[in-house]
Design a binder for this molecule. Structure first.
Ligand code: NAD
Length: 358
């Protein structure tokens, strides 16, 4: 596809916003319409750097509103959907699964219905070919379930075994996407990615929570013994992976995207503590800017670590085998963890204005 006109759902969220920034810089002729309901996790301020770009449009609305999606696809002659919109926090899915079923399952179904109607059924009813299109669905490694310490990493062939209402709702949407390809010929791809980190991440998730709690001299909650293992990927590398899947991936396929970068939660927390301790000792100006953090860091930030009761049904380990994506699409993450975590901490140290908007 030479020129993409894209609907990006959930583009005011963490990964969606980073993807929009990435795409408009790397594909300057393409057009993007963001559709986002602006739930607690969505933030217009995360799109501020692209607000004046003539190729960018923002629409506040719900992906469950099929008529709205159809009208956007027609009005802007969109030929691509990149679907990020979701309820994404596992803890919230345990205390209140309804929103996860609604957005992640019904919302994804609504998008698929609208896409089929506009791209396939409409032209067909007039005796025409389908409009060339792509529906890319952004999923997670959590659909594969949990691994033991020495189990091989998840491949695209690993059987789905979701354990939380969040991962079950994502798995359900992955199956619907697959079915719309198989049954109706919708041109779909799906990517299953590991844990992302980077700028514009809402501070309920581990890395931004730890950074912002240190800056506010608050306890650093760590579930159970903190030995749960996750594979971490810098968010821009996720955007790069989706770019490759969109432009080189085979229709109907799933692609794993990962960082080859497994860390136990407790080690991530200690690393962030050490990096902030270092920042404050090297730059006395930070103690003036963040007096509460200076107090915490005087005793070393690690002293704020507080072990809390483990999450119900907590998955022990996720690990991604991204060989297929590497071999077929030449995908390799470009940002090392050392670089990415430095970039992230520096971003949060300069993000007071953004943090005030939450
Ligand atoms: P996020 O929670 O930061 O953002 C979700 C966005 O979707 C928000 O802007 C929110 O306002 C919007 N939204 C929610 N419900 C909506 C609805 N009904 N209609 C329209 N917009 C709605 O999520 P994220 O971390 O950016 O994750 C984006 C996608 O990537 C999700 O599908 C998630 O499952 C997947 N994913 C996330 C990670 C990760 O580490 N964060 C890893 C792998 C996959």
């Amino acid at each position: 596809m030479n020129s993409r006109k894209m609907l990006v759902t959930g583009g005011a969220g963490f990964i969606g916003a980073n993807f929009v920034h990435y795409w408009l810089v790397n594909h300057p002729g393409d057009k993007i319409v963001v559709l986002d309901a602006l739930t607690y996790a969505g933030n217009r301020a995360s799109l501020k750097p692209v607000e004046t770009d003539p190729n960018f449009n923002f629409v506040q609305g719900d992906i469950c509103d099929t008529a709205l999606v159809e009208s956007l696809l027609k009005e802007h002659q969109l030929n691509t959907i990149v679907h990020f919109a979701a309820e994404s926090h596992v803890d919230r899915s345990i205390t209140g699964p309804d929103a996860f079923i609604e957005t992640n399952i019904i919302g994804s179904y609504s998008l698929l219905k609208a896409a089929k109607k506009v791209w396939i059924d409409g032209p067909k009813s007039q005796g025409l070919e389908s409009i060339p299109h792509r529906f890319h669905h952004v999923s997670t490694d959590e659909v594969y379930g949990t691994l033991g310490p020495s189990d091989p990493a998840f491949t695209e062939e690993t059987q789905y075994a979701p354990n939380s209402p969040y991962s079950a709702s994502k798995a359900a949407s992955d199956h619907l996407v697959r079915a719309y390809h198989h049954t109706y010929g919708l041109q779909v791809t799906t990517s299953n990615c590991s844990n992302n980190y980077g700028p514009y991440h809402f501070p309920e998730k581990l890395i931004p929570l730890i950074i912002t709690n240190i800056l506010n001299n608050k306890p650093l909650p760590v579930y159970g013994d903190g030995q749960q293992i996750r594979d971490w990927l810098y968010v821009e590398d996720h955007a790069r992976g989706i770019d490759l899947v969109l432009n080189k991936g085979r229709v109907g396929e799933n692609y794993n995207i990962g960082g080859h970068n497994e860390w136990a939660n407790i080690d991530i927390v200690k690393l962030v503590c050490q990096l902030l301790n270092q920042r404050f000792s090297q730059d006395p100006g930070l103690a003036v800017q963040y007096p509460q953090a200076a107090a915490a860091i005087a005793n070393k930030a690690e002293s704020l670590i507080t072990f809390v009761e483990d999450r119900a049904g907590h998955d022990q380990r996720y690990a991604i085998d991204a060989k297929k994506t590497q071999q077929e699409l030449a995908y390799v993450p470009q940002v090392s963890f050392e670089q990415g975590i430095d970039l992230t901490i520096d971003w949060y140290l300069n993000a007071q204005d953004w943090l005030k908007t939450l």
